[in-house]
Design a protein around this ligand. Structure first.
Ligand SMILES: NC(=O)c1ccc[n+]([C@@H]2O[C@H](COP(=O)([O-])OP(=O)(O)OC[C@H]3O[C@@H](n4cnc5c(N)ncnc54)[C@H](O)[C@@H]3O)[C@@H](O)[C@H]2O)c1
Length: 374
């Protein structure tokens, strides 16, 4: 017989965060397993999911975050807690969310002091090194890139006035995608679907083989090296940067000199900006002021692209988190992490100890092996 667990979902408080950590489908899964789900009033509003939808799926709607954090054994969030939430964190409860603790000593300290168990979406890692709870956001950003690129190419938005798909008898836009991972392959796919002329570059030839096999020549693949990148970028109407070197700053593959040689009104979308960007002229922008111009080239460098489409992003994120949420609720922390090494890597802080080495290193603390503190 399973022990019923109380699962709580507060409304996100971080500026401009409209996602929510569960969908009605997730509520139903947990309720069928015998758990109680509490959702803070209006938590889904930013993602266009109403309280009634959660109620119909079996959740209880509660009026305030104190009830959620105070009563839940497992709290699901999207972003790391903000200072207003620190006093609500409780020893003995689990907080499952994006934490990015290496980037914030303040949040790390708050988690340590509270004694809560902090499980980070971004450090859940499969055997092959892939990050299943980051991938959905790369997929969203990749699919958005041709869409924002197409609008930015319009004259009124500073672009060179080229219609992405062209029309009969007129060349379409040439879209160059650098990096053919989760974000890049989705960007290429959507751009090709919009009937642009699409070129993708990667230094991993196997990724290019996959593109050839799937798209059968409709997307041109090129091995990434300095000269090929330069030539492709200079001839492009829209360049989408989607490279990642795990654990490192994004490589700057396009220098300012090359940007100078691009066509006036060409557009760069730097998806990799959250890792520093792959164009020398990139700097982070926001949804409220997404573009700027350098050497007549329009740059779009929004660091949280999925934030523009919170409904889709919420569903994409929670589709990926749900199996881990159900495992934590059904098995409890100890059995869930013992049976799943990928989830064990997600545990960053437990009972006042940092258990994830890179976070401890970032703040000059000693990491304690998870097995020693469970
Ligand atoms: N801006 C946003 O809102 C947003 C949202 C989600 C993800 N991202 C970022 O998008 C980037 C891509 O993420 P992903 O999940 O697609 O990563 P991924 O690991 O799936 O793919 C990265 C690809 O880059 C390739 N690459 C590395 N060095 C290269 C080089 N020199 N030339 C060509 N290709 C090279 C790799 O071989 C790999 O195929 C990351 O920096 C990620 O953080 C940004």
């Amino acid at each position: 017989m399973l022990k019923a667990v109380k699962v709580g979902v507060p409304r996100e408080l971080k500026d401009n965060e409209y996602r929510v950590a569960i969908t009605p489908a997730g509520v139903r899964e947990l309720v069928v397993c015998g758990h109680d789900v509490m959702i803070e009033h209006d938590a889904g509003r930013g993602s266009s999911i109403g309280d009634d939808e959660y109620r119909r799926a079996g959740a209880t709607i509660v009026p305030d975050p104190d009830t959620v954090f105070g009563e839940a054994d497992l709290v699901l969030k999207v972003k790391e807690p903000v200072p207003e939430e620190f006093p609500r964190l409780r020893r003995g409860s689990i907080l499952f969310t994006y934490l990015h603790l290496a980037a914030s000593e303040e949040v790390t300290r708050a988690l340590i002091d509270s004694g809560v168990t902090g499980v980070a979406y971004e450090t859940v890692e499969l055997d092959d090194g892939s990050l299943p709870l980051l991938a959905p956001m790369s997929e969203v950003a990749g699919r958005m890139a041709p869409q924002v690129g197409a609008v930015t190419l319009e004259r009124e938005h500073g672009g060179r006035g080229v219609l992405l798909g062209g029309v009969s008898g007129v060349r379409p836009a040439r879209v160059v995608v650098i990096g053919c991972g989760m974000a890049g392959q989705n960007a290429a796919w959507i751009a090709q679907g919009m009937e642009a002329e699409v070129v993708v570059l990667d230094r991993n030839i196997n990724k290019l083989r996959d593109i050839d096999r799937i798209h059968q020549g409709k997307i041109l693949t090129l091995a990434s090296n300095r000269l090929t990148v330069e030539e492709a970028v200079i001839s492009a109407d829209l360049v989408i940067g989607a490279v990642l070197v795990p654990g490192a700053r994004a490589p700057r593959l396009v220098t300012e000199e090359v940007v100078k040689e691009m066509r006036p009104g060409a557009v760069l979308v730097d998806i990799s900006i959250d890792q520093g960007g792959c164009f020398e002229t990139s700097h982070m922008t926001t949804h409220s002021d997404p573009t700027y111009v350098v050497h007549d080239v329009v740059h779009y460098c929004v660091g949280n692209m999925p934030g523009a489409v919170p409904h889709t992003s919420t569903y994409a994120l929670t589709n990926a988190t749900l199996e881990y949420v159900v495992a934590l609720a059904n098995k409890g922390l100890i059995d869930a992490v013992r049976e799943d090494p990928a989830l064990a890597k997600g545990v960053n802080v437990h009972a006042g100890h940092v258990t994830y080495e890179p976070v401890a290193e970032a703040h000059g603390l000693n990491a304690v092996p998870l097995a020693d503190v469970l």
